[in-house]
Design a protein around this ligand. Structure first.
Ligand code: FCB
Length: 452
């Protein structure tokens, strides 16, 4: 008989992930300052159906029962984000004790229920007051971020078990400053490298500040990685895949872990790529305790001169399954990604900090289980893909499903459901789906159920 219990490492951490603006609701409650998402969502035409995070999952008010629900599902860890503007309404300066109180209570409740808190400092909801001063384009943001980070470290480091500085700097830049799909909605190839660079400076500065405070928990950076496979062996497609991969994957991990940008960056951005002060890299490259990898899909990449500045685009794979966000289901890409990080960056400790899929759920039938077979299949295959990377030597410490709840999926509003728990947006009732049941079993058996 195979020893199923030994299939995942003994202390492998199983959890789920969310972010503040996507689930909390009440974005201006108790003295909170508005974020760029508050502004963006309230700008007509920016979000599908005019949806906003005003109510979202109402987690701000229901956090206690939500934590109980997590406990009932067997969660061992919970990755959430802190809304910067709740605790510092103007981004810097005046502290809002009521906002801090919310995260105090959330963390205490998690610990009472035996769930380890993993807090992300920045999951895209920049205080609007800081955007008014240039946001991520202003070099001072590294200092602003440190002020905020220090406040949270001082307040919560006795109880938070893991810290993440930034969530997905690539998306912040690519979608927020280059293409304008997400807040703050800018479209400029000149701004994008500046935003990226200041994000990385802020990350490094926050890690430095944490060490200076003698922080006692692991701290890391969360990136989204999408492996790029060339659509053909032609020189043009191979070069396009390399460019796309440098732009999306190495642009953030290289400076953070190796202390320099990929050589391809000036080719990607042409004259828009600045000469950054070399001393900045001393700040950016800090020893981190782990890397958080968010994985959703891959890209089969071809040369596409019209898709400026990267000049690459993805080729749709006929007869493959795509999710409701148009992402190909490709579990092997998760194994490949984890092994790529292992090999390129010297086998750092890794957490899969997000992985999941949006699919349409069938209509809810009173008393019946909510079947979500595509998500069940997605999770099974991707968690096996994690296991395969562990077998091949990657140092993977845990896995967080995205997401606990159906929630506000940024520019898609509520139209894309990623939850393992269904949320009825009229009644706000929470109903675990089949995928939640599967995930509970995975946790209970430490993954063995996947191999039965
Ligand atoms: C990631 C984000 C997360 C969620 C998922 C679907 O890029 O970090 O907030 O939107 O995608």
């Amino acid at each position: 008989m195979v020893d199923n219990a030994s299939r995942f490492p003994k202390h492998f951490l199983w959890g789920c992930a969310t972010s503040a603006y996507q689930i909390e609701g009440s974005p201006l409650a108790d003295g909170a300052g508005p974020s760029i998402w508050q502004r963006f969502a309230h700008t007509p035409g920016r979000v599908t159906n005019g949806d906003t995070g005003d109510i979202a999952c109402d987690h701000y008010r229901r956090y206690a029962s939500d934590v109980d629900l997590m406990r009932n599902l067997g969660m061992q860890a919970y990755r959430f984000s802190i809304a910067w503007g709740r605790v510092l309404p103007d981004g810097v300066g005046r502290v809002n004790e009521a906002g801090l109180g919310f995260y105090d209570r959330l963390v205490d409740r998690l610990l009472e229920q035996g769930i380890q808190p993993m807090a992300t400092l920045y999951h895209w909801d920049l205080p609007a007051a800081l955007d008014d001063k240039g946001g991520w384009l202003n070099r001072d943001i590294a200092d602003w971020f440190v002020e905020y980070a220090q406040l949270m470290f001082r307040r919560l480091d006795d109880r938070v078990r893991y810290w993440c500085t930034l969530n997905e700097p690539w998306v912040v830049t690519n979608d927020g400053y280059l293409h304008g799909y997400l807040a703050p909605g800018h479209r400029s190839a000149y701004e994008a490298p500046l935003a990226s660079h200041n994000l990385m400076r802020a990350h490094g500065a926050a890690v430095q500040a944490y060490r200076a405070l003698n922080g006692r928990n692991p701290i890391g950076l969360v990136v989204n990685i999408e492996p790029k496979y060339a659509a053909s062996q032609s020189g043009d497609d191979l070069a396009a895949a390399t460019r796309a991969e440098a732009y999306m994957n190495r642009q953030y991990l290289d400076p953070a872990l190796l202390g320099s940008y990929p050589n391809e960056m000036p080719d990607v951005f042409g004259g828009a790529w600045p000469n950054f002060p070399p001393t900045d890299f001393d700040q950016i490259k800090q020893k981190v305790d782990f890397i958080g990898v968010n994985y959703y899909t891959r890209s089969v990449t071809r040369n596409d001169p019209l898709n400026w500045p990267v000049r690459a685009s993805s080729v749709r794979q006929k007869q493959h399954t795509y999710t409701e966000t148009g992402w190909e289901v490709f579990p092997q890409g998760l194994t490949d990604t984890l092994l790529w990080v292992k090999n390129r960056y010297g086998n750092p400790p890794l957490y899969i900090t997000e992985n999941g899929a949006a699919f349409f759920d069938p209509p809810q039938v009173e008393g019946a289980v909510l079947e979500d077979p595509l998500r069940v299949d997605y999770l099974r295959k991707h968690i096996r893909a994690v296991h395969s990377a562990i077998q091949q030597g990657a140092d993977i410490r845990g896995y967080f499903v995205w997401s606990l709840f159906d929630n506000f999926e940024w520019a898609h509003g509520f139209s894309k459901r990623f939850g393992i728990v269904h949320v009825n947006y009229e009644t706000l009732e929470r109903t675990p789906k089949m995928s939640a049941r599967l995930y509970s079993e995975i946790i209970r058996t430490n993954g063995a159920v996947l191999f039965d």
